[in-house]
Design a protein around this ligand. Sequence first.
Ligand code: GAR
Length: 193
Amino acid sequence: MTKNIVILISGTGSNMAAIVRSAAQQNWAARLDARVAAVLSNRADAKGLAFAQDHGIATGVLDHQAFTSRETFDAALMQRIDVHQPALVVLAGFMRILTPGFVAHYAGRLLNIHPSLLPAFPGLHTHQRAIDAGCKFAGCTVHQVTAELDVGPIVDQAVVPILAGDSADMLAARVLTQEHLIYPRAIAQFLSH
Ligand code: GAR
């Protein structure tokens, strides 16, 4: 059976686009009988939705502001995801804290990318915090998602230098280029097991 991937985004979706491109260009989608079945967003203005539509991928928006609790939002999101019977759910800049029920439902098939070298700097503003701490290196981490935020088993990481005079934006851009390399690779590896 084809392995469906559902990707959740909240914004630009450059990681999602890198995954879609890599799946075709590196040929792992065909090799692994996998495909990006849907891209879902909690924000209607997420730029990445247009890219997905242009690539013939089903898209959907579920506005979290229309729900009274995290639990009801996550339950509705699960329904939208499960239509696709995903082998893998990929968080790609999905800026929502997930409920334990959601995480348990996708246990073992839920990946996230985080813009720091976990376990350093979980949470937000990772690049500024790394600069402020005087770190010489920063990076990104693909990890399995568990109930605790940014803590699950590490699947892959990439390291970049922090250069003198870096702003958070400069560092974020350098890290993002590495995210685009390691996330598709981690997904292909995950699906090949
Ligand atoms: C990426 O840098 C990703 O690591 C980060 O948001 C950005 C999304 O960019 N994710 C988190 O901070 C999750 N805590 P994208 O929308 O262009 O892929």
